[in-house]
Design a binder for this molecule. Structure first.
Ligand code: ADP
Ligand code: MG
Length: 344
């Protein structure tokens, strides 16, 4: 008897992302400007004809083995399992799968390894189904991160990794999900540097800051904090006033940054990045001293702009550097900060 051929693995490869500007405004009605990285997660799925998912990742020592309908368990494999459950509900796949994951996106560094992992799993599960649009995948991935994982994130990360392409930034209006890709001039380098500072207590503080933004919007009588009048912020309690000042100002900065990028105005884009950092430090209060020092040195050594990126409390910075000086700039910066690691 001829043996049955092995089931074809379904696979997908999805990049991580860095947000260039527009921080903390993805749920406040602002425009964000993420760009994909040359770092990727690859997910391969093989239906296993059982009622269990078996999940292995090169980045995690233990494996995840759970019944197909098991709820989130606080295990790293939750992100993959949430996506697999979504894919079964959508009838893209049936039954349990063996999932293999490999990635060079640092985990938990604010470069969206989570969204990339979910989007890659959804893409692998829907491989060959031409009716599944990238925007639908992004929306599904956000729903999984919100509802299955329980992280109240906006839509930026999922859209960035599902729709981005190398050499362009995605100008995404989070109000209506309209977007356009804006080419990055070839002599601009966005260097991404991991500070070596772990993001301490990030989850709890993310929720707290998010709650403060929503409370500030309510107190100022708007649905989306970006729409509030900055002159009214002064009558709020100090913490809410700071969040409002950051969000309203960042909404304006990110719009200007899209114009600066379109016009190839590197100094203007860099200034907006550095202003964003100051606001994240002073008004949003999501920076830490080690990151402030890294940003300051990046600028002193010749970057056009530098800022903390991601939700904050540690993690990475992103710097704009002219391509011709990027190598020597990094050599100088890394000699001052030996714990820093260049990710992109
Ligand atoms: P990030 O800033 O990298 O998105 P998150 O805390 O949002 O950090 O997401 C990290 C989680 O995403 C991990 O704990 C894990 O559950 C999942 N994940 C990321 N990369 C991988 C991987 N290579 N293999 C398996 N799971 C991954
Ligand atoms: Mg994440």
């Amino acid at each position: 008897m001829t043996p049955m051929p092995a089931a074809t693995p379904l696979s997908a490869r999805v990049p991580g992302r860095v947000n260039l500007i527009g921080e903390w405004i993805d749920f406040n009605g602002g425009i964000v400007l993420p760009m994909t990285l040359d770092r990727h997660v690859t997910v391969g799925l093989t239906p296993n004809k059982t009622d269990k998912d078996l999940i292995r990742s090169a980045q995690f020592a233990d494996q995840g083995a759970f019944p197909v309908d098991a709820p989130a368990a606080g295990h790293w494999s939750d992100y993959v399992r949430g996506a697999l459950q979504y894919a079964r509900n959508a009838r893209w796949i049936a039954g349990g799968v063996d999932a293999e994951i490999a990635s060079d996106i640092p985990v938990g560094a604010g470069l969206s390894s989570s969204a990339a992992t979910i989007v890659a799993t959804l893409r692998a599960a829907s491989a060959g189904l031409s009716s599944v649009e990238p925007v639908s995948i992004a929306q599904a991935a956000r729903q999984i991160e919100n509802e299955f994982i329980g992280v109240p994130c906006g839509i930026m990360d999922q859209m960035a990794v599902a729709l981005g392409r190398a050499g362009a930034a995605l100008a995404l209006d989070t109000r209506d999900c309209s977007y356009r890709l804006v080419d990055v001039p070839s002599d601009w380098v966005f260097a991404v540097i991991a500070s070596g500072t772990r993001r301490a207590l990030a989850d709890g503080r993310y929720k707290e800051r998010r709650g403060e933004c929503l409370a500030a919007a309510q107190a100022l009588g708007v649905d989306l904090l970006c729409d509030a009048d900055i002159s009214a912020a002064g009558r709020l309690p100090a913490n809410l006033a700071g969040r409002a000042r950051h969000v309203i100002g960042e909404g304006v900065r990110s719009r200007r940054a899209v114009d600066a990028l379109s016009q190839g105005d590197r100094p203007a884009f860099g200034r907006l990045m550095s202003e964003s950092h100051a606001s994240l430090r002073d008004h949003m209060e999501v920076s830490v001293p080690a990151i402030d020092a890294l940003v300051a040195d990046a600028l002193t050594l010749g970057a056009d702009g530098a800022r903390i990126t991601g939700a904050g409390f540690g993690g990475c910075i992103v710097c704009l550097v002219e391509a011709g000086r990027a190598a020597s700039w990094w050599e100088d910066l890394s000699s001052l900060h030996p714990a820093a690691e260049r990710i992109a």
